[in-house]
Design a protein around this ligand. Structure first.
Ligand code: KG4
Ligand code: ZN
Length: 339
């Protein structure tokens, strides 16, 4: 029997190329989290093909849903609300998750909760943890690179962001240059761990606003090194040099924003696919060991890249609405931007 006092949210995440379903109690306790990944399907194209992604979601969604219920040992009537990512993402893919969750909500007369994908990444830090706002969040994914001040569950302000490529995108592009398989980020991270990061000097972009980022120049600099070095190129050293530059840039700007936070104990969280990066995790872990005022939260590795548990957490802590419809969608796609 389910605990009657807890709120079980079943969430779907289908914004890109993973069909994910999870059930989370009270926004923190993960009862199940299942991910059907499409990586093999897209590898041959070197990236996500939207039409292929949508068709695979359609095929995988029911079995993934069944697995999530089985893993949690719950039936549909023990679920208190249904949630799904409404955006941003590939529309054909989003539709599968959103319509499945809305249909389940209608069938069972339970609420439907829409979720913003970026809020969900921030909320990945609430899973299996005691994190509470206020905190600073460095959000690093395939589509976004942002420093966000989270003053309350529903109050977030972007205080710095990339002016061009997202850091995950830069990882994927550099990985392609080094002929690593798709998805490039994790492969590049692995290769970087075997190289010497001081071999190649790579530029650090200056931005007008100190908390903004820029990675497109770095990507071009990596291309120039590959052209210049030709056969003599050491790919592991280049991967390590790239990773060192990215980690130090992200780290330095994040520390600057962290120091500006009010209070004595200041909390820092990292989120998004790139928060799985070994170099970035080590950097912040070392900082937390040095600064006793720093409380650091890094998501468990299974909650860094896209998953549905973070969507359920976000639905619990910052539900967009309890009423499905078009209105909902238009209201989901804005995170306050600090002036
Ligand atoms: O959050 P996510 O799963 O999807 C988006 O919302 O974009 O992030 C995916 C991104 C990809 O660019 C992927 O290459 C990158 O995160 N990524 C990594 C690592 N694991 C995933 N980048 C660097 N190192 C990693 N270990
Ligand atoms: Zn994501």
């Amino acid at each position: 029997m389910a605990d009657q006092t807890q709120m079980n949210i079943l969430a779907l995440e289908t914004s890109c190329d993973d069909t994910a379903v999870a059930i989370v109690a009270d926004g923190r306790q993960v009862l199940s989290s299942v991910i059907h990944t499409q990586t093999d399907l897209h590898t041959r194209y070197g990236g996500v093909v939207p039409e292929v992604a949508a068709r695979d979601h359609l095929q995988a969604v029911s079995t993934t849903l069944e697995q999530a219920l089985r893993q949690a040992n719950l039936s549909l009537d023990q679920v208190d609300a249904f949630a799904a990512t409404l955006g941003p993402g590939l529309i054909g893919s989003l539709l599968i998750g959103a319509n499945t969750a809305k249909t389940l909500a209608l069938m069972t007369s339970k609420p439907f909760l829409g979720v913003h994908h970026l809020y969900a990444h921030v909320a990945s830090n609430y899973l299996e943890s005691d994190l509470k706002p206020p905190f600073l969040c460095l959000l690093v994914s395939g589509g976004h690179t942002q420093l966000i001040r989270v003053s309350d569950y529903n109050q977030m302000a972007i205080i710095g962001e990339t002016l061009d490529d997202a850091v995950g995108e830069a990882y994927d592009k550099v990985a392609r240059l080094l002929k690593l398989p798709y998805p490039g980020g994790p492969h590049l991270d692995k290769l970087a761990q075997t190289g010497n990061g001081s071999t190649y000097k790579l530029p650090r972009a200056q931005t007008e606003k100190p908390l903004d980022f820029s990675f497109s120049g770095l990507k071009t600099a990596v291309l120039r090194v590959t052209e210049r070095e030709g056969e003599t190129l050491n790919p592991a050293d280049l991967a390590a040099s790239f990773q060192k530059t990215v980690v130090e840039t992200l780290g330095e700007k994040t520390l600057r924003a962290w120091r500006d936070l009010p209070g004595e104990q200041k909390t820092l969280a990292v989120a998004g696919g790139v928060s799985a990066n070994s170099g970035l995790r080590q950097f912040f872990q070392a900082q937390a060991a040095q600064h006793s005022a720093m409380r650091l939260y890094l998501p468990d590795l299974r909650f860094c890249t896209d998953n549905a548990a973070m969507v359920a957490a976000s639905a619990y802590f910052n539900p967009i609405t309890q009423d499905p419809g078009v209105e909902v969608f238009s209201r989901t796609v804005s995170i306050n931007t600090a002036s």
